[in-house]
Design a protein around this ligand. Structure first.
Ligand code: ATP
Ligand code: MG
Length: 585
């Protein structure tokens, strides 16, 4: 046995008074249960801990040195309204007032520190995801556990921490504050407000990473989540609880689609959360202002980890946003959450992982980057009615390079999500906005959630568009076309034009039904492609002014009877006649 082992098998109690027989028995008991037999227990007199004691077992230290402090800490911990008491809020002020030095725990030593990452020795029992407290109250989260050391990421400035400084375990996981008061606010990934509107009183703390609801607690996706964007609601409908990926190159309108979907939740009993990862602060401020302008901020939370934030902060941002969403879901509410975007999230995670010394894999991402995103998106769910019936619908965004969907992160996300909306550069620049590629976009579950009215109104739209695309390619080679082909081309062009939709102009459900029914009945066949915007606008106005009961019936009944459909076609045809006459005059 070498001297080191000798030291590790010693337990020393430091205090002013010697422990009495009963106390000593308890100490020995505690040591035997926790560390096993064979410890040499002894008492050393010291006046360093008046009213308290310190127990050193091997390299672990139990420090009850300041009598009242421990109790006070316990009290503070109890006051935190966390549900399972197993969470440490990441907000600095709270932890500082907790005097963590007094917590009975193991103490380790920092061996290296830098770039927001610290390696620590001597905390053999620390677990993955546990919060460690460094000198000065800096908090870190355990990310890597190796034989003799662990690595953790830091959430605060690492200035106060240096090599050799001590670290304490907390035996608790990271949590973010959640609650109704966060609505209408812009916060950082730790839940600290950054909009200058004052403190936010939390209702609870939720763990940054909670297990996803199990299959028993879920129910199938069966309620639509309307985006107000005609092409999406008609052909790639999204249901509450679904995960639909928005994928496309830079500047193809990805954020615009998400933003419109957020704004469209006005008055629809759906809370919205926008998580910005690695973006410019200025563009997120602008987005928050836009939400406000369209009266959507009141039911929204914006979580911002900007490009200048540390990799660890960017890494936890979507999880923090998700924790805020879970709070509402557990209350039976519906939430729509946008992660903008997960490419930057993956890059932040890669940076962090490389700093942690993990070996790089494909495209230098760590091997578990797939798991990183599947864990996050698995949280999207529609809860069974016994569990409140709430839901989280996720719209993750991923950026592609030159339309390459076979890159690592995009393929991962495509396989994790329930469908994709592909945006294309070419379409975007040709003026087809939103630039959705109808041919390869898909929604694998949302169809079940579409209302009967929408389903009936959509008819063969997708098929007609597919036919049009085939013909379009083929017609480039033929100089003169027969009448039938020409008509189909014109019809297809009209449909494509109909799907163009400016930003911030969501359609209501009945408006979409009216447009679709009219279009599928070839009502706009003779309308010039350039005039279609004007035509649709006038058509909806006519229905609004002269036949408001039609819209009301669709919105109320959510079905489209044959009579109603015929009525819509009749009105639309009459309108088209007038419209064409006016145009020719
Ligand atoms: P980035 O890759 O930079 O995040 P992005 O793909 O999110 O870009 P957006 O920022 O949403 O793209 O849109 C790019 C530009 O296109 C913006 O100026 C936006 O206003 C405009 N735009 C997006 N959608 C539409 C639309 N339907 N009609 C008109 N303009 C649009
Ligand atoms: Mg964007």
């Amino acid at each position: 046995m070498n001297s080191n082992d000798m030291k590790e098998k010693t337990a020393i109690l430091y205090s002013l008074e010697a422990p009495n027989e009963e106390q000593e028995r308890r100490f020995r008991n505690f040591i035997a249960t926790r560390y096993g037999e064979g410890y040499d227990f002894r008492w050393e007199k010291t006046d360093a801990f008046p009213g308290g004691f310190r127990l050193e077992v091997g390299k672990e230290i139990y420090d009850w040195s300041v009598g009242g402090r421990f109790q006070q800490l316990r009290d503070t911990l109890v006051k935190v309204p966390a549900k399972n008491g197993n969470i440490i809020p990441l907000i600095k002020e709270t932890i500082k007032s907790w005097t963590p030095e007094a917590l009975a725990q193991e103490v380790g030593v920092v061996t290296t520190i830098g770039d927001g990452i610290a390696t620590v020795e001597g905390l053999d029992n620390a677990t993955y995801g546990e919060i460690l407290v460094f000198k000065g109250g800096t908090r870190g989260m355990v990310q890597d556990i190796r034989d003799h050391e662990i690595s953790c990421i830091l959430f605060d400035d690492d200035k106060e921490v240096s090599e050799g400084s001590s670290v304490h375990r907390t035996a608790k996981t990271a949590g973010v504050p959640v609650g109704e008061n966060f609505l209408g606010r812009v916060v950082d990934p730790l839940g600290v407000p950054i909009d200058g509107k004052g403190d936010i009183k939390e209702a609870d703390y939720y763990p940054v990473e909670a297990p996803a609801p199990g299959i028993v607690k879920r129910q199938p996706v069966n309620t639509p989540l309307e985006t107000g964007i005609l092409s999406i609601d008609a052909m790639f409908p999204i249901g509450r609880g679904q995960r639909e990926l928005i994928i496309g190159d830079r500047q193809t309108g990805k954020t615009a689609i998400a933003l419109d979907a957020l704004i469209n939740q006005n008055g629809k009993d759906c809370i919205t959360i926008y998580v910005a990862i690695g973006q410019k602060t200025s563009s997120v401020v602008q987005l928050a202002n836009t939400l406000k302008k369209y009266d959507a901020l009141d039911h929204s939370i914006v979580v911002l980890a900007s490009a200048s934030d540390s990799a660890p902060l960017q890494y936890i941002a979507p999880y923090a946003g998700c924790a805020m969403a879970e709070y509402f879901m557990h209350q039976g509410k519906d939430v729509l959450i946008v992660y903008d975007d997960l490419s930057k999230h993956a890059v932040a995670y890669r940076t962090m992982s490389l700093l942690l010394g993990r070996s790089p894999g494909r495209e230098a991402f760590p091997g578990d980057v797939f798991y990183l995103h599947s864990r996050l998106l698995e949280m999207a769910a529609r809860m069974a009615d016994e569990y409140g019936g709430g839901s989280i619908t996720a719209l993750p965004i991923v950026e592609t390079q030159a339309g390459d969907v076979s890159a690592y992160i995009p393929t991962n996300l495509i396989s994790i999500t329930d469908g994709q909306i592909f945006l294309e550069n070419e379409l975007f620049f040709s003026g087809q906005r939103p630039a959705i590629n109808v041919g390869i976009s898909v929604s694998r579950v949302g169809g079940d959630a579409q209302t009967k009215a929408m389903k009936k109104a959509v008819g063969t739209l997708k098929l007609d568009l597919a036919q049009y695309r085939e013909m379009e390619v083929f017609s480039q080679f033929a100089s003169d076309l027969d009448e039938q082909t020409r008509k189909q081309l014109v019809y297809g062009q009209g449909l494509m034009r109909m799907l163009r939709q400016p930003q911030y102009h969501p359609y209501q459900q009945h408006e979409q039904v009216i447009i679709l029914v009219s279009a599928m009945a070839h009502v706009m066949l003779d309308v010039n492609v350039e005039d279609i915007d004007e035509f649709l606008k006038g058509l909806l106005e006519k229905f609004q002014l002269e036949y408001p009961e039609i819209g009301e019936e669709i919105d109320r009944e959510k079905v489209l009877s044959d009579e109603l459909k015929a009525k819509i076609v009749e009105v639309a045809e009459a309108y088209a006649k007038d419209f064409l006459k006016r145009k020719q005059a």
